[in-house]
Design a protein around this ligand. Structure first.
Ligand SMILES: Cc1ncc(C[n+]2csc(CCOP(=O)(O)OP(=O)(O)O)c2C)c(N)n1
Length: 341
């Protein structure tokens, strides 16, 4: 049974956020969220048919968070995330065909088919990491390099609630605070670390509200299913970080609609709980808000949805037709350490 947590969410009025955001931006972000959903749905189907191997962790349900963060901050920053990394790669501009090909382990994939679902990289995106919490020191390192070189770049690091129990995460938070590094830590609290309820893993909640002051960081709690709340909060955070040049700790409260990974039957969550979660669909919420504000109508929504679906199918088709890497290339691009005798 879920604990009842009282959160102090970042205050925002959806209508005001919509009124102050250019229409094309809102429609583009709705399109991105729809595309991420269709992309993962197609990929999941391919996985079930045995066309994709390895691990597969869907971002389904959490789309509003990274869509809003990338919108507010823009592309010219460092980004790191966990193995649940398809959405971030797509949002940062990785070509969907190449991302899909990477899931298929094909030569045309973003990492030449060697990384798969958990190891997506693109320009400013430093991963895609399989080790829980392992990317957080990397994000802090990126923030340190930016500060050291007197650049304006910030480092955005997405991590799960489960990762927050890791030692490396706390060492990173301490270091970032001590050195005033431009690092934004976004804990995406989707309530579960595999099958473990967040309340059984983390000693105190709300996470950011509790731990932010301990690390002398400004903290924010976001309604992670509401794009408008995430957008308003990330815009505010960006301004703060640009001015104060300090790290920030965020908890985005969300739901994941799928199991932890594709092979997880989700037996730890009751059907009622899942149904309740599905009612908070961030895409449906944004769709309704944009229709109510007369920014789109139902027909435009259907067209946008269909286009997103067709783009995902095109990516799937490309991946299926792409060749596998030649086994002779297996040792290429592998870092060789100098061997001491
Ligand atoms: C260091 C380490 N310990 C354990 C695991 C196994 N593991 C993979 S995902 C996961 C749960 C992480 O949950 P959370 O951080 O909340 O992220 P979410 O999957 O919910 O996005 C665990 C324990 C791992 N990959 N790395």
């Amino acid at each position: 049974m879920r604990q009842n947590i009282t959160y102090s969410f970042f205050p925002s009025d959806p209508k005001k956020v919509i009124a102050s955001t250019p229409k094309d931006v809102l429609v583009e972000d709705l399109r991105s969220m729809l595309f991420i959903r269709h992309f993962e749905t197609r990929a999941e189907a391919a996985y079930m048919q045995g066309k994709i191997g390895g691990f597969f962790h869907a971002y389904t349900g959490q789309e509003a968070i990274q869509t809003a963060a990338v919108r507010a901050f823009g592309l010219n920053h460092w980004y790191t995330t966990t193995y649940r990394c398809h959405a971030l790669a797509l949002l940062l501009g990785a070509p969907p065909k190449e991302v899909m090909a990477e899931l298929f382990g094909k030569k045309t994939g973003t990492a030449k088919g060697r990384g798969g679902s958990m190891h997506l990289y693109h320009d400013q995106m430093l991963g895609g990491f399989g080790i829980v919490g392992g990317h957080v020191p990397v994000a802090v390192g990126a923030a340190f390099s930016s500060r050291y070189q007197k650049q304006k770049k910030m480092s955005l690091c997405f991590l799960g609630d489960g990762a927050f129990a890791q030692g490396a995460v706390h060492e990173s938070l301490n270091y970032a605070s001590l050195w005033s590094l431009p690092c934004l830590f976004v804990i995406e609290n989707n309530q579960w670390g595999m099958g473990t309820d967040v309340a059984r893993a983390i000693c105190s909640q709300p996470i950011a509200e509790h731990f932010g002051p301990a690390y002398k960081m400004r903290s924010y709690t976001l309604q992670g299913m509401d794009y408008t709340n995430c957008l308003a909060a990330f815009q505010d955070i960006k301004k703060y970080m640009e001015k104060e040049k300090k790290p920030v700790l965020v908890e985005a409260v969300a739901e994941r609609f799928k199991g932890h990974s594709i092979s997880d039957p989700g037996l730890y969550r009751s059907k009622e709980e899942l149904q309740k979660a599905l009612k908070k669909d961030p895409i449906a919420l944004l769709q309704k808000a944009l229709i109510d504000a007369k920014i789109i109508d139902e027909a435009l929504f259907q067209t946008t949805d269909e286009e997103a679906k067709q783009s995902a199918i095109a990516a799937l088709d490309y991946a299926e037709k792409s060749p596998f890497p030649d086994p002779i290339e297996l040792e290429e691009d592998v870092l060789e350490w100098p061997r001491g005798d």
